[in-house]
Design a protein around this ligand. Structure first.
Ligand SMILES: [Zn+2]
Length: 245
């Protein structure tokens, strides 16, 4: 099984990856949110088999110094190790950065993804209309990370994007999300932890880690009335296709 979205600290990564392998999670995509994070994710991917790096600057950073480091991001992407650009997108829930700045940074990273022929990993919170508008001109592969917007599903599926479910799929109040999960064609599904955030039931309140993606797989299988092992294999194959692993 693969965890397609985890935030890993270098020091803790070996132990987390070992526990993941023990749980049947042999592959992890480490997702960066800053330039230093990009360098760390790349180093981790070089040092650990089964670990891949996605490089990007988070919308939370759009108002600060990180946003001026796109040349560095471009250079790191040119190294050829990264499997995706992201996470990038828009966050109007936290609104840590001015919206125009978020949009500029998002569009710049979409251009980088197009230039390097890489998929994009999208973060969208309470910004669905603007996110979809910005993505309309992007012709590459799109992964909707931590999918939490059932209202966006029809457009997302119509455009052929991947839908990545995280631990919030297991929450008791998440039945609209589980309905969305049922409606997804099998070839569009991905799974992730978004660790260290969003631990799935029954581990809520604990620090999340890649091993726990198995709980979200169980919830997804249950929601869809499918067998978990077969669904997990399908999702693994989807990740191979989405990220060209
Ligand atoms: Zn994330």
């Amino acid at each position: 099984m693969i965890d397609t979205h985890a935030h890993l600290e270098s020091e803790e990564a070996p132990a987390l990856l070992e526990r993941a392998r023990g749980a049947g999670v042999g592959r992890v995509i480490a997702v960066a949110t800053s330039i230093e994070g990009c360098r760390e994710a790349l180093a981790l991917s070089e040092a650990n088999g089964g670990l891949y790096a996605s490089l990007g600057i988070h919308p939370h950073e759009a108002g600060g110094a990180e946003a001026a480091r796109l040349d560095e991001l471009d250079e790191l992407l040119a190294g050829g190790r990264a499997v995706a650009v992201g996470e990038t997108g828009l966050d109007y829930f936290r609104d840590y950065a001015p919206r125009e700045a978020q949009l500029r940074l998002f569009e710049a990273q979409l251009s980088l993804a197009a230039a390097h022929g890489l998929p994009v990993v999208i973060h969208s919170r309470e910004a669905d209309a603007d996110t979809l508008a910005a993505l309309a001109g992007f012709e590459g592969t799109v992964v909707c990370h931590c999918f939490s917007s059932p209202g966006m599903l029809a457009t997302v599926l119509e455009r052929g994007y991947y839908v990545s479910f995280a631990g919030n799929l297991t929450f008791p109040n998440a039945s609209p999300l589980r309905d969305a999960a049922r409606l997804c064609p099998p070839e569009r599904l991905l799974l992730e932890t978004d660790s260290p955030y969003l631990s799935p039931v029954p581990l809520r309140g604990r620090r999340n880690e890649p091993a726990y993606v198995m709980h979200t797989l169980d919830a997804l299988a249950q929601a869809r009335g499918e067998e978990a092992a077969a669904l997990g294999a399908r999702i693994d194959a989807n990740a191979d296709a989405a990220f060209a692993l």
